[in-house]
Structures are given as C-alpha cells and as structure tokens.
Design a protein around this ligand. Structure first.
Ligand code: ST9
Ligand code: ZN
Ligand code: ZN
Length: 333
C-alpha cells in the first residue's frame, strides 16, 4: 500500500548500529495536510532581498566580463571554491543534515559546515528545517518554494517575499531535535554571519591575491560573486527546473522529476523524482556515482573511515515502486 512505501521506518533499514535518531527524520510526504480554504494571504515583498539579489547578479555578470583577465590559477581556484561550497550543500545540509542518509564523523561535519558557510544559503539548521517542510508538504502552501506557484517563485521568488504562514506553522511542528543536538550545526548557526563574510567572500578573494598576485577585483568578482551566484542558481534549479521538466519513472503522482542537466550542475542532485520517492537514500539516485560527484565524495569519506551507515534502497523495492507508480519511462542503468 501507499503507506507502506511512504513509511520511512520500513525502508530505513539500519545497516547495523544504533540508528534510532535517523528514523525520526520528518522528510516523508504527509498527504493528510490540506491547504486552508479562502483567499491566499497577500504577497509581501522584501525589498532588502530584492536589492541584494539584484546587486549580486549584476556583480556576477561583471565577474563574467572579468573572466578573460583572470589567471589560470584563479580559474582553478574558482572551480575548487564551487566544488567545496557545493559539497557543503549537497553532502552537508542536504544528504547529511536534512535527510540523515548517512553518518559523518566530527572532522567531516566540521569540514561540511565550513563548506556550507562558503555557499551562504542560510545556516544548516534553517536550511534543513525549510528542506524538511519542502519534502513533507511538497507543492502545497506549507512548502517554502512551492513549485505550483511557478518557475520564478520556486527558483528565487520565494527568497524575495515573506513566507506563507503555513510554512512556519507546519515547520514549527517538525522534530528538529537531531539538529539541535549537533554541536557543529549549532556552532555554525551562532557564528553564521561572521563565517559567511570570511568563507564566502574574503577567503575566495584573498587567496588568489595573496598567493599568486591576482587583482583584488578579479578575486572579488570571479571566485567571489560569480561563483556564489552560480552555486545559488544551480541549487535553485533543483527547486524550479527539476520540479517542472523531466521524466517521473518512480512516481508519476508527484511533480519532482529526473533532470540530467540539473544533476550535472548540482553535482548529483537532479534525480529529483527518485529523491522525493526515496528521500533517505544517501545517493539520491539508484545509479551510484553516475553524474553524481556527491555520492563519490560520500563513498570516499566512508573509505577513509570518516563516514558510515549509508542508507540505500534495494533494487527490488525500487522495481516494485516503478511498476506501481512509475510513468513508464524507467530505464535501468
Ligand atoms: C538560499 C537557500 O539560497 C537555498 C535553499 C535551496 C533548497 C534546495 C533544495 C533542493 C534539494 C537539494 C539540492 C541541493 C543542490 C545544491 C547544488 C550545489 C551546486 N519552520 O525566514 P523568516 C520561523 S538562501 C519553522 O525571516 P519571513 C522562525 O521562527 C540565499 N519555523 O520568515 C523564524 O525565525 P528563526 C541567501 C520557521 O519573515 C521566523 O519564522 N539568503 C520556518 O517570512 C522568521 O523567519 C537569503 O537570501 C520553517 N520552515 O521571511 C535570505 N521558516 O529563523 C533569505 C521560518 O530565527 N531569507 N520560521 O527561527 C529571508 O530573507 C527570509 O527567510 C524571507 C522570509 C524574506 C525569505
Ligand atoms: Zn524538491
Ligand atoms: Zn531532499
């Protein structure tokens, strides 16, 4: 039955060890929620965000103009910054802290929190709270980036207006005790602003200037603003494009889709029909490391002994689900 498949406890089979805390993660769709009747609350613009996001994107365009004058080393550094900040979101805020799809040792959590501040996408606690309501109340008023409100809203618009009251009401009922108990998450939240200034803006700019004499302007606009805005847009495409375009081989009754372009830019996070169907799978896809650098990273961390207890779904469970709710486009491999 539907409940069986949406019951996280059934699929979250412990791989050994005490996994008690992970089975409480509230990332499973709740089909009992009903949007309130009557007119929707008015849209309240947040001008501070509209202005800052416009300035950021203008700065990123200027970074594109400066790109030809950047040295080779600066381009490599920009790619490194992109990758590290992306992992802070994908392997950190998303797969570890929102979904608890594997366990990470203290040093790895410190690295992921540092990388996460470099990506400046709200602190881990806030990100994971919003992301759990996104899964639990997907594409309703209680979903922070409800894709039913269109591409623009799901992409960036949701960060430019006040939240729908149901997001906050439902979010407050989530169990976030695992996040509150994580000292690394709480430390990052306490020192968030400073960590962002240092890691998202100063470090990307100063390293090329100090070590190979790059100009501060190139440092600020290329590995700084251009890299930051690319990371943001790659992330937002998961909410917009991957909720609109692509196949639904696992569950045709939901909107999230398999989008290979997004999988590429978001280092493995574009297999979104799979991910909303099986949110606890550490690989967010059944194809392992294919188009999925984040999975390769987590596997490597396990190899080094810094991570463990990766959760995944058996081939059988996947095939059963494909047959029951898929759209017929399923291809294995
Ligand atoms: C950014 C985030 O970009 C991006 C997240 C994307 C998620 C993607 C998911 C896709 C899958 C994963 C794929 C990863 C791929 C990565 C690829 C990488 C290459 N529950 O928020 P406030 C309460 S951020 C419970 O101000 P407003 C709470 O008490 C970009 N409670 O609401 C809160 O106080 P506190 C940079 C909640 O006034 C209070 O309400 N950052 C919840 O409506 C007020 O909260 C920005 O641009 C909840 N869910 O304002 C800033 N939510 O927090 C953007 C709220 O103290 N944010 N409460 O407990 C804002 O300015 C504001 O949030 C706002 C709404 C204006 C949008
Ligand atoms: Zn989604
Ligand atoms: Zn997710």
């Amino acid at each position: 039955t539907e409940t069986e498949n949406r019951n996280p406890h059934a699929a979250r089979q412990p791989n050994g060890g005490a996994m008690a805390e992970s089975s409480t993660v509230e990332d499973v769709f709740d089909d009992t929620y009903r949007e309130k009747d009557g007119p929707k609350p008015p849209r309240r613009l947040v001008w501070r965000n509209i202005i800052l996001m416009s300035l950021l994107h203008a700065g990123a365009l200027y970074g594109l103009v400066l790109l030809p004058s950047a040295s080779g080393l600066t381009l490599v550094w920009t790619a490194v910054c992109y990758l590290v900040s992306a992992l802070g979101v994908t392997a950190g805020a998303h797969r570890l802290w929102s979904h608890r799809s594997y366990k990470a040792s203290f040093p790895l959590r410190v690295f992921l929190a540092v990388a996460n501040s470099m990506s400046f996408q709200n602190d881990i606690f806030e990100w994971a709270r919003d992301h759990r309501v996104h899964h639990k109340f997907s594409e309703t008023d209680a979903d922070p980036h409800n894709a039913k409100r269109g591409f623009f809203f799901a992409h960036i618009g949701w960060l430019l207006v006040r939240k729908h009251p149901d997001v906050i009401e439902k979010g407050k009922k989530l169990d976030l005790s695992d996040l509150k108990a994580d000292a690394v998450v709480m430390f990052q939240r306490r020192h968030y602003k400073l960590s962002v200034v240092v890691l998202c803006f100063l470090l990307p700019m100063l390293v090329p200037w100090y070590f190979w004499g790059e100009s501060l302007a190139v440092g600020y606009f290329v590995p700084g603003l251009l890299r930051y805005s690319l990371i943001l847009n790659a992330t937002w495409l998961v909410n917009s494009a991957a909720h609109i375009w692509g196949n639904r081989p696992y569950d045709k009754t939901i909107n999230p889709r398999e989008n290979f372009m997004v999988a590429l830019s978001a280092i493995g996070e574009g297999f979104h029909n799979y991910h909303h169907t099986f949110p606890f799978d550490y690989a967010t896809s059944e194809f392992g490391c294919k188009l999925n650098l984040t999975t390769a990273f987590i596997d490597f961390m396990c190899f080094l002994g810094l991570a463990r207890d990766r959760k995944s779904v058996s081939k059988d469970a996947i095939l059963t689900r494909v047959q029951r709710t898929g759209d017929g486009s399923y291809k294995s491999g």
